[in-house]
Ligand binder design. Sequence first.
Ligand SMILES: NC(=O)C1=CN([C@@H]2O[C@H](COP(=O)(O)OP(=O)(O)OC[C@H]3O[C@@H](n4cnc5c(N)ncnc54)[C@H](OP(=O)(O)O)[C@@H]3O)[C@@H](O)[C@H]2O)C=CC1
Ligand SMILES: O=C/C=C/c1ccc(O)c(O)c1
Ligand SMILES: [Zn+2]
Ligand SMILES: [Zn+2]
Length: 363
Amino acid sequence: MVSTENISCVLAFFFDVFPFCRNTGDDDVSIKVLYCGICHSDLHTIKNEWRNAIYPVVAGYIHLLVTSSVTNQSHEIAGVVTEVGKNVARFKAGDNVGVGCMVNTCRSCESCEEGSENYCSRIVFTYNSVDRDGTVTYGGYSELVVVSERFVVRFPDGLPLDRGAPLLCAGVTVYAPMKQHGLSEPGKHVGVIGLGGLGHVAVKFAKAFGMKVTVISTSPEKRQEAVERLGADAFVVSTNASDMKSVMGTMHGIINTACASTSMHPYFALLKPKGKMILVGLPEKPLQVSAFALVGGGKTLAGSCMGSITDTQEMMDFAAKHGVAADVELVRADEVNTAMERLAKGDVRYRFVIDIGNTLKTD
Ligand SMILES: NC(=O)C1=CN([C@@H]2O[C@H](COP(=O)(O)OP(=O)(O)OC[C@H]3O[C@@H](n4cnc5c(N)ncnc54)[C@H](OP(=O)(O)O)[C@@H]3O)[C@@H](O)[C@H]2O)C=CC1
Ligand SMILES: O=C/C=C/c1ccc(O)c(O)c1
Ligand SMILES: [Zn+2]
Ligand SMILES: [Zn+2]
């Protein structure tokens, strides 16, 4: 198992040896990266918990000396356009833009045709993927990224790039299923499992939708802030039986953002009959679900993956209009190791964002 402890810092080497991005093509947007968020998926990948890492894995100044190629990280990229290809119509130099979890798809399958490109079987993730030209995608821990216009979104006025960057993954990943599954209707009650990067943004969107929201957490120390600052209507500790009993059978839906394996049975009991558990968290180990937990109340367990580009732009515009932005801790590019180790311990409130523009030195 690769751990963050055996990480050495090597960066300049990669900018010399590995050309992290292509020249600006006719349909491309070149972006000077200013901020990029650190998602728990980056850590899952670095630790190869999903068994799909393309080695070695580079996160900012971090390099795992495992084999001889390199993969960068981050898919919560915020920056400014420096150059556009001749076919690009929606962006121009100087625009504030963002890039999320995907940078290419097949563009012709049923999912792509219906605008659900996040479910394309040949999706190219922003990092740790092989693009259609055979190159490995490196993500946003770098000063420049070049991305097809189709996968770039506009930062609306009023949404700050540092606090908006995490929305490009964390935001759309909770916003899209809430809209898709009717968990965005005023007065409905939604639960959020896991008050982390995704979870805290889910609370903010739920309140912006006019919903009642209960945080279901393993961390009692997050209670006061969840209620008094994030606006949660209630906070229950999942290991506290009386806490859990107090909200049993009360939720229309639950957004499960847990990054580690959990016993699912107690969570299903919180749903009303016909309630929906939306799984977005991607723990290393498979979840165990008892049939009775679902059948008993005619409940639904659904997975959800990121969001489409249309979802992402809609979410960014909604966030700007309703004042939703992530609570972030800005870190320097050479502090990524520490950030990753703190993230592994849940020691972040609630998203690390790397201040690339001011601290990534490539000279
Ligand atoms: N489906 C998709 O498209 C996407 C999936 N993801 C995945 O979502 C997950 C969350 O990502 P992110 O928000 O960045 O991660 P964070 O680490 O920021 O937050 C995860 C939260 O999960 C909770 N948690 C940790 N361990 C457990 C446990 N054993 N049981 C229950 N809850 C637990 C903690 O909240 P608390 O302290 O309140 O318990 C923690 O803050 C990751 O697995 C990530 O890979 C991310 C983006 C997109
Ligand atoms: O942080 C975002 C990760 C999304 C994701 C979704 C599905 C999948 O198979 C992944 O490897 C990553
Ligand atoms: Zn992510
Ligand atoms: Zn496709």
